[in-house]
Design a protein around this ligand. Structure first.
Ligand SMILES: [Zn+2]
Length: 291
């Protein structure tokens, strides 16, 4: 048995996410977060959290898991690979793990935290960088109306998917959610009693800074009940857009050969459990994402 045969068995008839965004009759439903103020009206039940692996070559990544050629041509990988282990319905990890990049991260962490092996500082740094390159990151999406540019195609208005960068999401969560992070305190996304919010994005040195404000009418929040026209906008199939997981065998084939070899050796041998039955890498899951 080897990793290839395991993956082949699990192979689904899913294709890589299309590179074009949206894909709805030439509509562009992706909100553009440019510098400046943006007035948006969020919608109930339009929030989605996913976990992605950012794998494209970047100056911030000390180790690249894939050769640059993997991101070129007809079968190019996307810059971010959706983590197959994250359940977007429950926003929890699935019990059955199949994400290859998470497997690689676990295997590397297992080697790294194996107390019987000692590594030089350089080796340790290398392994740590590989694990970091594999780390997943959460992404936060909301469905809403872009008040400044409500069109999704020339002459056609519609809902847009707005990605909140992590800093903005946390800010929003603090300002708008109760302590459980479950319920919106102000119902800004309510069909009837909701209201617009104004998000500002500006540059501070090399960093983007975000701020969120309520849209006010004098000293009160200006409620903006959804109009009949707005309620009739076509609802994008969010589940279809966000639940598309790339085929793990395609990811395996694209990996640099050293990681393919490592996966074959480490993963098919099984992760060695520690005394309490947990692997070192499992324990690592509870820590915050390193970057
Ligand atoms: Zn993953």
């Amino acid at each position: 048995m080897n990793i290839r045969s395991i993956i082949e068995q699990k192979k689904k008839n899913e294709e890589l996410e299309p590179k074009s965004s949206g894909g709805y009759d030439n509509e562009d439903i992706w909100f553009k977060f440019t510098e400046g103020n943006h007035r948006v009206r969020l919608l109930k039940d339009g929030a989605f959290i996913v976990r992605d692996h950012w794998v494209a070559p970047s100056k911030f990544t000390p180790i690249e898991l894939f050769p640059a050629s993997a991101f070129e041509g007809d079968n190019a990988l996307k810059k971010s690979i959706r983590c197959a282990d994250f359940d977007i319905d429950t926003t929890m990890l699935k019990s059955e793990k199949e994400c290859l990049i998470c497997k690689l991260r676990k295997a590397v962490n297992n080697v790294l935290y194996d107390s019987k092996t000692s590594f030089s500082a350089k080796e340790k740094e290398y392994l740590t960088n590989v694990a970091k390159a594999c780390a997943p990151q959460e992404r936060y999406f909301f469905l809403g109306i872009d008040r400044d540019n409500p069109e999704v195609a020339p002459g056609k208005k519609g809902y847009k998917i707005i990605e909140f960068p992590k800093g903005l999401y946390k800010l929003f969560q603090d300002a708008y959610m109760d302590s459980d992070g479950e319920n919106s305190l102000f119902n800004c996304d309510d069909d009837e009693q909701g209201f617009d919010i104004i998000i500002s994005k500006k540059k501070d040195g090399s960093k983007w800074i975000y701020a969120v404000k309520f849209a006010m009418n004098g000293r009160s929040v200006a409620m903006t009940p959804l109009t009949d026209e707005e309620r009739d906008y076509k609802m994008p199939d969010l589940k279809k857009i966000f639940s598309k997981i790339p085929d793990q065998s395609i990811i395996y084939d694209a990996l640099k050969s050293e990681f393919q070899d490592f996966l074959s050796d480490e993963v098919t041998a099984g992760l060695k459990p520690t005394e309490n039955g947990e692997t070192a890498a499992d324990a690592d899951d509870n820590e915050s994402i390193p970057f």
